[in-house]
Design a protein around this ligand. Structure first.
Ligand code: SAM
Length: 323
C-alpha cells in the first residue's frame, strides 16, 4: 500500500507521457523558449509499463495519461493496450488528435477522456492557445463520443477578462452535446508567474454565474474526486467545479504523479521529486522500485501550501509535471 503519514492512500496516478504540446496556452506554457526534457531521459514504453505495473501492485488502480499533450506520443494505442492490462485508464488531452485516435484508443482499452477547452470563440481560442485549432478540438470531442469513450468531459479554466463571460455559454453547449463540464480554478503554475489570487475566478463566483441560468443541486458524495459536482436542473446532466485554490481537497487526495522522465511527485505543487528512472536503469528489481514509491508517498505533505506565505511555484512548468 502507498500510505502517507496523514492516513491517505495513493490509488490514482497521473502519468505524463511527454512534456511537449501542440498548443501554447498562455497560462500554461511560454510562446517559445521552454527547454524540453532531454530525449534520453524520457521513459520508454517498456519502462513506463513496468513502473505502472509496480504501482498497481502497490494499490494504484486508476491511471490518467497526460502531458504535455499525451496524444502526440508515438505508438500511443499500443502503450494504452499494455497499460490497460494493469490499471483502469483515462486521458486528459487538448483534443487535437482525437479525430484520428479516439477509436483506436478506445479499442486499446481507454475508458474515459477529459478534453481541455476554454472558449468557443475562434479568435479567443487563437489568442489563448496561440494556435488556430478550435475546429479540431470540436471535431475531436465528437469523435470521442462516436468512439464510445464515456463520459466525455470538458475541462475549462476561466480567467478574468479573458473568457469568464463564457461560463454559461460553455455549460449550455456541453449540455446540448452531452459532455460533462468541469471548471478548474486557475492555479499558480503559469510560466510568467503572474497568477494573482485576488484576480482569479473562484469556485464561488463560477457557481453564482451558473446559478443565474440553471438550478444546481449537489450531486452524490465526492469521495476523493477533485471536482465538486452539481446536478443541472435536477439532472441527469452534471457540472463540476475543481476549486483547487479556494476549496482545496488535499485531505482526501489519493493521487501521485509520474513525470515523463521518471520522477515520482506526491503533489502538483511538490518541490521534491523521487527519481525512479535512475534505479530502474541501474537494474533495480520490482521490490526496490515499490519500496522507493512507498518511501516517496510517506513524505507526502499535508497540503499543497498555496496559502502558505512561504509558497513557491514548483520549478517544473505544468507541461513538464503533467496536468
Ligand atoms: N495537453 C493536455 C490538455 O490540454 O488537457 C494535458 C496537459 S494540460 C497541462 C492539463 C490541464 O491542465 C488542462 O486542462 C489545462 O487547462 C490545465 N492547466 C494548465 N495550466 C493550468 C493552471 N495554471 N491552472 C489550472 N489549470 C491549468
Amino acid at each position: 500500500m502507498l500510505l502517507d503519514t496523514f492516513g491517505r492512500t495513493a490509488t490514482d496516478m497521473r502519468v505524463s507521457l511527454t512534456d511537449k504540446c501542440n498548443l501554447r496556452c498562455t497560462y500554461c506554457m511560454p510562446a517559445e523558449g521552454l527547454p524540453w526534457l532531454a530525449s534520453e531521459t524520457l521513459l520508454t514504453d517498456d519502462e513506463l509499463v513496468r513502473l505502472v505495473r509496480v504501482a498497481a501492485s502497490m494499490g494504484v488502480r486508476t491511471v490518467r495519461l497526460t502531458g504535455g499533450e499525451p496524444l502526440i506520443r508515438p505508438g500511443l494505442p499500443g502503450l494504452v493496450a499494455r497499460l490497460a492490462e494493469h490499471v483502469e485508464l483515462s486521458l486528459t488531452t487538448n483534443g487535437l488528435g482525437l479525430g484520428r485516435l479516439a477509436a483506436p484508443l478506445h479499442a486499446a482499452g481507454l475508458r474515459r477522456v477529459n478534453v481541455s477547452l476554454d472558449t468557443l470563440r475562434a479568435d479567443r481560442f487563437l489568442a489563448l492557445t496561440r494556435r488556430d485549432r478550435l475546429h479540431d478540438v470540436v471535431e475531436g470531442l465528437a469523435a470521442a463520443v462516436t468512439a464510445g469513450l464515456s463520459p466525455v468531459k470538458v475541462n475549462t479554466v476561466l480567467m478574468r477578462g479573458v473568457n469568464d463571460d463564457e461560463a454559461g455559454e460553455l455549460l449550455d453547449w456541453c449540455l446540448d452535446l452531452g459532455y460533462e463540464l468541469r471548471f478548474i480554478e486557475q492555479m499558480p503554475l503559469d510560466p510568467e508567474h503572474v497568477w494573482d489570487r485576488g484576480v482569479m475566478v473562484t469556485a464561488d463566483e463560477i457557481l453564482t454565474r451558473l446559478s443565474k441560468r440553471h438550478t444546481l443541486t449537489p450531486a452524490d458524495d465526492r469521495g476523493s474526486a477533485p471536482a465538486e459536482v452539481w446536478l443541472v436542473d435536477g439532472g441527469p446532466a452534471r457540472v463540476g467545479v475543481v476549486g483547487s485554490v479556494t476549496r482545496p481537497f488535499c485531505g482526501t487526495c489519493d493521487r501521485i504523479r509520474l513525470t515523463a522522465d521518471g520522477q515520482l511527485r506526491t503533489c502538483l505543487f511538490a518541490r521534491e521529486e523521487s527519481d525512479l528512472r535512475a534505479p530502474l536503469r541501474a537494474g533495480a528489481d520490482d521490490a526496490e522500485l515499490a519500496e522507493r514509491m512507498a518511501v516517496a508517498v510517506r513524505g507526502k505533505k499535508v497540503g499543497h501550501g498555496i496559502d502558505d506565505p512561504s509558497f513557491l511555484q514548483p520549478d517544473r512548468p505544468m507541461s513538464a509535471i503533467g496536468g
